[in-house]
Design a protein around this ligand. Sequence first.
Ligand SMILES: Nc1ncnc2c1ncn2[C@@H]1O[C@H](COP(=O)(O)OP(=O)(O)OP(=O)(O)O)[C@@H](O)[C@H]1O
Length: 613
Amino acid sequence: MHSSAPPAAPPRAALPEHLQDAWRRCQRAGLQPDSPLPAQPDSDSALYALRQRHRSLLRAASPLMARLARQLTDCGSAVLLCNADGVVLHRLGPPAFLDELARLGLHAGADWRESRCGVNAMGSALAAGRALTVHGPEHYLHALRQLTCAAVPLALPGGARAGALGIVGPCRHRQPHTLALVQLAANEIELRLLDDTPGGAWLLQLRDDDEQDCRLVFADDGRWLAGCGEGRGRFAALGAPDDARHFEQLFAAPFEWWTQLARRAPERRQPLQDQLARDWRGCLRPLAAGGDDVFAPPPPSHGLPRHLLALTGGDARLDAAARRALRLVGKDIPLLIEGETGTGKEVFAQAFHASSPRRDGPFVAVNCAAIPEGLIESELFGYEDGAFTGARRKGHVGRIAQAHGGTLFLDEIGDMPLSLQAHLLRVLQEREVTPLGAQRAQTVDIAVVCATHRDLRQAVADGRFREDLYYRLAGVRVRLPALRERSDRAELCQRLLLEENHGEAVALSPALCQWLDTHPWPGNLRQLRSVLRSALASREHPDDALDLRHLDEDAPSPPRLHLAPSPDGRLADIEQRAILHTLSACAGNMSAAARQLGISRATLYRRLRGAAA
Ligand SMILES: Nc1ncnc2c1ncn2[C@@H]1O[C@H](COP(=O)(O)OP(=O)(O)OP(=O)(O)O)[C@@H](O)[C@H]1O
């Protein structure tokens, strides 16, 4: 875009009727064509909150936006998505052009409403409720007259306004077919929004001889709830969802029969005639159970600092654990985190550290199960120059001393050898550490957080863990719920998918949603993340919705491995057989086997050691 004088507006009569209306609205609102664009709010946290609120729209639109952006690579144009208030939720396009737009104040989070920015395609499409193009001088404000833009309003399944999709580019790149491209993408987004209708409803997918797709949604009792794009248009003659129509008023077929059929053969298309005697092939399927969980806003978690808050997607148990931990912040009372492998104990410990006044100090993590027993002592306490044969010349600062001023995280504390437990107890009591071979003790100022997947009290009862150390470490205990127990599983899947897909939303098939929701997840979040990561990588196209077929062949089977029969049925034997089976399937590759079992490599080594003992 260049900075020469803006092109003059065309005579009003030369504008199409709907743009004349838009110009009149701006005049009535008192906008001056030569006034600058209003200053736009630009806050990351406000944008984050806004995107959270509109995540179902973003999830439906992102793949289509990415596809459009690829088609437009050579035109130097950008694809924009606004919410129903005209605020930009997402932009994709050439970085140089996006920067130009941002310099005009049109960044993500900016408000394009017609009443603020004058006639423009996004704002005016929303104001007029119709698809339209605004080219160069047709913009009301001079500041926008070097742009050309086409936009289409988007509707929610019930017909309410969801937002608008648009393509904006430099004026010299006007493309006559841009509006048609946006319209096609908008139709597809509306279809995808249907997938998000809460459970307890049925989706009827219809196809006619021209292979035109229509989708209609019905409640359990057959009431017509929604239709989208073609779905609304092609059935307009028979009514609208708001008219409380019933399936049987649209089709010459009993709804009950269709739902029974759908339960027996959900994928099969059946011939179906509507009340206008048009022939379709239709397929009825239940909408994803629990789909509403994904879109319900998380219950408020007021008062939790940002890092801990980021962990709780609304699960009451995790929320309570975070609150309990938070009461310790700054009080030097040790925290003991319990939970199965992969439940996020280390991530929780890091969030605790980041929420504490020690956040600028070090966070030092030691996995007591991963360090060979003979090395734990020197690793933890350090040693002086020449303390023992093979020691490094200049000695070694132990992990405890490294944590000075910050937090020491002792993972798998239940695996600490008894001989070292007394030594650790002294450090905790005296807040001093004496490296091996040293004459003098050093003072250390540390917060201590420990984690274990074992039952430490049982270990105390069995004499494997010192009772006095247990009470030193377990100042406050929190238990992290297993993934299968968490009520925010759907939310968590979405969050991990966004993270794994570099911030781009991904659509999930209902079958996969259901599988994700009901899988027992023995490896918890670690396993979920790795399953999602490999599923994303196995898609043919980045726009493809994730489906069961993208799972590793073995992904659904770990629970079967754990349940394999063993001669005497003991749990430890079953576990060991599962481990050995997986190891042999992975040709002895420890990392691959650990991934497949959904446990960490350290846990796998530990289990093997346990099995060999
Ligand atoms: N709140 C979270 N949000 C997103 N991902 C998480 C979260 N918590 C954990 N994860 C993922 O799960 C993986 C395992 O987390 P973490 O290492 O903290 O678990 P752990 O309980 O300490 O496991 P182990 O007992 O095997 O040491 C992490 O690498 C991270 O990818």
